[in-house]
Design a protein around this ligand. Sequence first.
Ligand code: CP3
Length: 365
Amino acid sequence: MGVIENTNLNSPTSTSQQTSSATSSPFLAACYGQAHERVPVWFMRQAGRSLPEYRMMRGTDSILTAIADADLATEITLQPVRRYGVDAAILFSDIMVPVYAVGFGVDIQAGVGPVIAQPFSDASDLERLRPLEPEEDIAYVLEAVKNLQAELVVPLIGFAGAPFTVASYLIEGGPTKTFQKTKSLMFANPELWTALMDRLCDITETFLKAQVEAGASALQLFDSWAGTLSPAAYEQLVFPYTKRIIASTDNLGVPRICHGVGTGELLALFAQTGAEVVGVDWRVRLDEARLRTGGKVSLQGNLDPAVCLAPWPVVAEQTRKVLAENGSNPGYIFNLGHGVLPPTDPAILKQIVDLVHAEGHCDAN
Ligand code: CP3
């Protein structure tokens, strides 16, 4: 299929294995800040969204049904790797899959996002978040990851939603602009908040570990909406759980990426979660993000996804600007600052990949 160049990137448990995997993959090398030739690139939400071949295969059922079909999920994960030549694949799945799989009562509606019939409101709802049992509850995810490990030549990124972001859907019952119910539970009932975070940490840790054991070579934790919090609230009520989750994956031998949107004021804390890579959105320049994160972690980002809707000369100029703001640091992965927008022309994404590969050089450190 024209993308095969490297095989078992999985489970590098010893340092030497980790180094050899990283050496053969610009993406893994960049995660660890190791010297490599060129800037790696992939796109959040590259699987699906703007791809015509995705829309053809996807059908009209709930996305949760498509995700539960391991062969379909495998194919959709491969599509952007073939079309764009990106340096990493991201599993076709969703942050709501684990809570859906333990039976919380989640749907994902096209054009809306996650919708919860009976939102989380009091302590009795904790029981609806029983521990995840991967072999029984998400066998289809494990099967897709195993299929992909056999097919892929670039590392596969497994992922999960961070507890705050997942909790916001469970509590609000759907997407929100204000996070009013979530924040009110968090501030008014810290005991219940702690209990909810603990349950979600357990589920998330199991979910991430299962993906790596099945063959994922890197992990991304999406705390998409953490940027709605003040640094103080984030530090006290959310950061400890993210840190706990990252620590639980320390012994898996894969790099971890923590990403959020509007998290400019939280970048220093994101850098202290233990993750090797911190995601940056377009509101903060990469050189400034480098300062805020203390230069100790790799960065991923940060082209505004809306720029990709402009004509190519504009996209090219902005892509070059992002590369320039990185300034050849080897600890860098080119990406958008958030997911690909549905109307994006796939040809533009391909041109970005080619430009980053041609012009994105990194210095040996
Ligand atoms: O990145 C990828 O291509 C891999 C697949 C992936 C999906 N969701 C598939 C999907 C990933 C990594 C996610 C993560 C996710 N899901 C996040 C975190 C990343 C982010 O964008 O902040 C969040 C917040 C969700 C919850 C969710 N699922 C939303 C907000 C939506 C969008 C609703 C819409 O239609 O705009 C979904 C649905 C969804 N998940 C789609 C895809 C490809 C699009 C709808 C579809 O094809 O049915």
